[in-house]
Design a binder for this molecule. Structure first.
Ligand code: HEC
Length: 125
């Protein structure tokens, strides 16, 4: 009799622990990757389009469907949105080395990337 209730009690406790850790979601050292938010649907906005066209001129020759240096293909709008942090690091902050490697972007082009990211960095911005 006593054994059964101990088993039941620990079952209840374990369920509680499992539920608690699931509800913690993406906070803390959870190893499960959270799926990226669906930010690349809708109509491209003006800030995004400004970035897209400067990237067509300055980046796509080395980052396209055939040659995707560093695994980056900028012909896809979704790839641009999903990798905006990497784009900012390389093309605005020149960190660790500038993109394009042949010479950093003009300040005006860097400003377009910064403006888009500050506005939210979505396709629709
Ligand atoms: C002349 C060719 C060339 C051009 C033009 C170029 N890239 Fe790259 N890119 C590379 C190469 C080669 C790599 C892989 C080596 C590296 O990471 O430095 C790379 C890697 C990257 C990476 C992935 C590495 C990381 O740090 O995450 C990003 C992001 C990137 N480029 C962004 C850009 C952007 C944005 C532009 C335009 C503003 C651009 N690149 C233009 C050649 C180029």
């Amino acid at each position: 009799m006593k054994k059964i209730s101990v088993t039941k009690l620990s079952l209840v406790l374990m369920t509680g622990v499992i539920l608690f850790s699931c509800s913690k979601g993406d906070s803390g050292g959870d190893t499960t990757p959270t799926p990226p938010p669906a930010t690349c649907s809708g109509t491209p906005g003006p800030l995004f389009n400004a970035v897209k066209s400067l990237m067509q001129a300055n980046c796509e020759s080395c980052h396209n469907n055939t040659i995707a240096n560093g695994g980056m293909n900028w012909t896809s709008n979704c790839n641009i949105v999903a990798n905006k942090d990497r784009i900012k690091a390389r093309a605005v902050d020149n960190n660790p080395t500038p993109m394009p490697p042949t010479g950093a972007l003009s300040q005006a082009d860097k400003d377009k990337i910064t403006a888009w990211i500050n506005a939210g960095g979505r396709l629709t911005d």
